[in-house]
Design a protein around this ligand. Structure first.
Ligand SMILES: NC(=O)c1ccc[n+]([C@@H]2O[C@H](COP(=O)([O-])OP(=O)(O)OC[C@H]3O[C@@H](n4cnc5c(N)ncnc54)[C@H](O)[C@@H]3O)[C@@H](O)[C@H]2O)c1
Length: 386
């Protein structure tokens, strides 16, 4: 019988509910070492707590964070609140002796991320940062193909996360579109962890970055309909120069709120002299693999082949192998991996974004902002001089 782990959620909005629902599907996982139970939820807005009445294991619904943090039944806390609140709340969680799955961007800026990192180190708490998109089965196949070395010398790589609903200029402003609550990085902070997780895990840390940032919609309707500043960056394109054992290659990382036609599209592609791979959640079953093949009656040709990914990701599930997978499945996989790693039972499976990867993402964001200001390419701290 798997050991029960008490979970507390702080922030019962969009993501708090998504995680609560995912935990209810835990029996889909095969032979997981723990069984999480959502026992407590905290939100400063009492009406946000009502939704959690339908989850029988929740025995505490509170507006007081201390009530959740002093509850001995809560071992692990998931925090999903505005970015300006990350630093204070994450530090309080780890200082209370709880494990933490922190939402991205892990603090409003680099300074906040480093403060949280230091508090995590001092507390000894087990902490990871949310980034679920690499747990799409197709993404796992693509990343495993790259890690196998099949691509040879890399020519280029691209990673991105694309939204489009902000194309509607009448869409009201919200906290994610205001620097004070979302951070100076705007879309870089909001979507950056998603786009940097896989490249950083593959060891692709740029030595320099050049960024082009756009604030395409500088005002949006406020609560009473009058226009108010919408001062965050909407779109960001970063070109990094990565050096590996073969030489240098460009890594392009796009995070966009206005990429017309894209609804939460995460993509990853890499092409090398010997092979290539690409995957996008826009076509979630398709993993395209590049190879040079001898084709009967035609001869030796360069070919993009299409492999269909099934349901299986990092942690095995009872779901039929040929069935389709989606966002909620990726969330469940991220949690399976997070809690398995905490138990020391992850093995060589793809792990959640680490604290170092979250801080490294903030370094990329800070460099991108500096590149935009100076209109030059910016060298990352620690990069070797050439
Ligand atoms: N991983 C993903 O795919 C993904 C998707 C969307 C958002 N996010 C991240 O999740 C976090 C939250 O985003 P969201 O879309 O769920 O926001 P949201 O606005 O839907 O929900 C935030 C909730 O936090 C509550 N809250 C505010 N201050 C609080 C406090 N001091 N204590 C407790 N609760 C408080 C609010 O009342 C609200 O219910 C952000 O960091 C965001 O970037 C991640």
């Amino acid at each position: 019988m798997a050991r029960e782990v008490g979970i507390g959620i702080v922030g019962g909005g969009l993501m708090g509910r998504e995680i609560a629902a995912a935990l209810e599907r835990w029996p889909a996982l095969i032979d997981h070492p723990v069984r999480p139970r959502l026992v407590a939820v905290c939100d400063i807005n009492p009406s946000a707590l009502d939704w959690f009445e339908q989850i029988p294991s929740v025995r505490t619904r509170t507006t007081d964070l201390d009530e959740l943090l002093t509850d001995p039944a809560v071992e692990v806390v998931y925090v999903a609140v505005r970015h300006d609140l990350h630093e204070e709340l994450y530090v309080r969680v780890v200082q209370a002796g709880k494990a933490l799955l922190a939402e991205k961007p892990f603090g409003i800026d680099l300074r906040a991320a480093e403060t949280i990192r230091d508090a995590v180190a001092a507390s000894g708490a087990f902490v990871r940062c949310s980034s679920e998109m690499p747990f799409f089965p197709g993404a796992q196949l693509a990343l495993r193909h790259v890690a196998s070395g099949a691509l040879g010398q890399l020519i280029e790589a691209r990673s991105g996360f694309l939204h489009s609903s902000d194309l509607d200029t009448t869409k009201p402003v919200n906290w994610k579109r205001q620097v004070a609550y979302c951070g100076e990085g705007g879309v870089l902070g909001d979507l950056g962890m998603h786009a940097w997780h896989a490249p950083l895990r593959l060891g692709w840390v740029p030595e320099t970055v050049y960024a082009t940032l756009q604030n395409l919609v500088p005002e949006r309707p406020g609560p009473d309909g009058t226009l108010v500043p919408c001062d965050t960056w909407d779109n960001a394109t970063i070109v990094g120069r990565v050096r590996d054992e073969h030489g240098e290659f460009p890594l392009t990382v796009e995070t966009k709120r206005i990429a017309p036609g894209n609804k939460n599209t995460w993509y990853f592609e890499a092409i090398g002299m010997n092979g290539g791979v690409r995957f996008s959640t826009a076509d979630p079953k398709a993993v395209e693999v590049f190879t040079i093949a001898e084709i009967s009656g035609i001869g030796r040709e360069q070919v993009w082949q299409r492999v269909e990914a099934g349901s299986q990701s990092a942690w095995p599930t009872v779901t039929g192998g040929i069935f389709e997978s989606g966002f909620s499945d990726a969330i469940l996989q991220m949690w399976a991996v997070f809690l398995a790693e905490r138990e020391g039972a992850l093995g060589d499976r793809f792990a959640c974004a680490s604290v170092d990867e979250a801080v490294a993402t903030h370094r990329m964001i800070a460099a991108a902002l500096e590149s935009q200001r100076s209109a030059t390419s910016v060298r990352l701290p620690g990069a070797s001089e050439r």
